[in-house]
Design a protein around this ligand. Structure first.
Ligand code: PGA
Length: 256
């Protein structure tokens, strides 16, 4: 089965949570809890916790990611962080295009594309987020919308670089709301995303690309979501802040 040949990735998106001292405590809990994972485990933390996260996870199976990156390498961009600043710390992943960035910080498909290119060219692995709002779902444009988000974000990304890119399908209406997409809804859009990747890069790349679901995934619903053929992992917000919950999702991915 194709799914078995793809890397399952469970990534925590901590958002604006945890001071560096609090992060240290959570990571100490996570290390033993996920040490036997059969999937890739990533924690994406606020910038202020990255040094702690990289130091603490050295020699473990936990990979560290940031939650955003700027598209320029350096310069007069007050408050921004570049790819080289992240890789220099030992950060491996970065979340790009999260709906909260799009909604509250004026991210567009074009800036998402620029950040994606800068991250990949700078040696980071990208977790690219796409997904429709409730209105868009109700208007019946989910497929078109997600297709457009994926195509614009991937402009200029080479087939080789796709090996370092994960796509996370995150319906905006499911994020932090406790209203999870059904496993069938998640599968439908994840499969559509894979189809778009196939149109752009061919079957082999489409089959090799990890597509995650995100949006109120938790210890209880993870198994069913992750059992779907095109759902290769999860991007986890709220449940990634509690070690036992995150570990349960990692275990579900290991089994699924
Ligand atoms: P949630 O967040 O799991 O809290 O819904 C997911 C995300 O925004 O990545």
């Amino acid at each position: 089965m194709d799914k078995l040949n793809r890397k399952a990735i469970i990534a925590g998106n901590w958002k604006m949570n945890k001071t560096a001292s609090e992060a240290a405590v959570l990571i100490d809990e996570l290390i033993p809890a996920v040490k036997d994972a059969g999937c890739e485990v990533v924690i994406c933390t606020p910038y202020t916790s990255l040094v702690t996260a990289v130091e603490k996870t050295k020699g473990t199976n936990i990979h560290v990611g940031a939650e955003n990156v700027h598209f320029e390498d350096h310069g007069a961009f007050t408050g921004e962080i570049s790819a080289s600043m992240l890789t220099d710390l030992g950060v491996e992943y970065v979340v790009i295009g999260h709906s909260e960035r799009r909604q509250y910080f004026a991210e567009t498909d074009q800036t998402v594309n620029k950040r994606t290119l800068a991250a990949l060219n700078g040696g980071l692995k990208v977790i690219l987020c796409v997904g429709e709002s409730l209105t868009q779902r109700e208007e019946g444009v989910t497929e078109e919308l997600v297709r457009m988000q994926v195509k614009i974000a991937l402009q200029g990304v080479t087939a080789e670089q796709m090996a370092n890119l994960v796509i996370a399908y995150e319906p905006v209406w499911a994020i932090g709301t406790g209203r999870t997409a059904t496993a069938d809804q998640a599968e439908e859009v994840c499969a559509q995303i894979r189809k778009v990747v196939g149109e752009l890069y061919g079957e082999a790349v489409a089959k090799a690309t990890t597509v995650q679901y995100g949006g109120s995934m938790n210890a209880k619903n993870a198994e069913e979501l992750l059992s779907k053929p095109d759902v290769d992992g999860g991007l986890i917000g709220g449940a990634s802040l509690k070690a036992p919950d995150f570990a349960a999702i990692v275990a579900a991915a290991t089994n699924g």
